[in-house]
Design a protein around this ligand. Sequence first.
Ligand SMILES: C[S@@+](CC[C@H](N)C(=O)[O-])C[C@H]1O[C@@H](n2cnc3c(N)ncnc32)[C@H](O)[C@@H]1O
Length: 312
Amino acid sequence: MQTGFDLPAPATEALAHSERVRTLVAERIANNGGFLSFADYMDAVLYAPGLGYYSAGAQKFGAAGDFVTAPELGPVFARCLARLASAALRQLGGGVILEVGGGSGALAADLLLALRDEPPERYLLLDVSGDLRERQRATLAARVPEQLHRVTWLDTLPPEPLTGVLLANEVLDALPVERFRMRDGRPAQLGVQVAGGRFAWAEQPPTGPLAAAVADLEEALGQPFPDGYTTEIGLRHPVWLRSLLAALGRGLALCIDYGGTRREIYHAGRPDGTLVCHYRHRQHTDPFFLPGLQDLTAWVDFSAAADAAAAP
Ligand SMILES: C[S@@+](CC[C@H](N)C(=O)[O-])C[C@H]1O[C@@H](n2cnc3c(N)ncnc32)[C@H](O)[C@@H]1O
């Protein structure tokens, strides 16, 4: 385990779990010629089936977990969204709610309670985490048993476009991001290697899509990044958002997250990006600390999200 932080020590079982995640990532690095892109690392430590932070059984949300999201603080957030959702559903003449990345199920339960007099035709939940799907089921069974018949868990986005309301709270910030550092006017791709038995940062020339995306970003910002500037870019986000929006034929999509416009995120005063890790309500910047036991997240580039949503 890497040290250098005054962070609470994990239980023996949790440490053993993290070791299994570490082994999986080390195998992926070895199978990939000794270098794993940061997005692939993030994908593994957060979402590897049965092992990743979101896929395995640890408590994540709330006081006993690592961080708190708005739905976990009480029903106010859901009630605000319920007002928007009911107005949209009325205007549409009815429809469904599709919540993507439902976490513990708290938002679904509070929304169904807030909308009990004018419920959606169905409440659909789509989450990559099998563990969280089970938690959502348990939350809803305990808190809104009379509404459970409306709820369906999906494995993929529905093939037929939906009419209704699409919700994704704090999902975009949890999607894997690439990380790069400017070297002699060009981006170097940052990834992960094993050095001295530990994970460590490594650099390699950028892939074509990364080089093109950084060039586009510099053009949109109107200036090149200075040497040494290090940051993240969500290469997978536009495709993800577009597929989400394509699933909504008619209706309202609400993606709620923390982030900023392109100029705010890629500001000169932010020379090391926005990647942060959450572990037991502490925030730090070492993504290699206890892999599988901590959340990794990066701010959402709202300009890129808006461009993706507006693209024909
Ligand atoms: C930070 S948590 C937020 C959970 C919840 N929305 C909340 O506000 O408490 C991110 C959620 O998104 C889910 N998730 C991540 N990537 C996803 C994807 N590609 N499709 C669906 N769900 C995803 C995770 O499993 C998790 O439930």
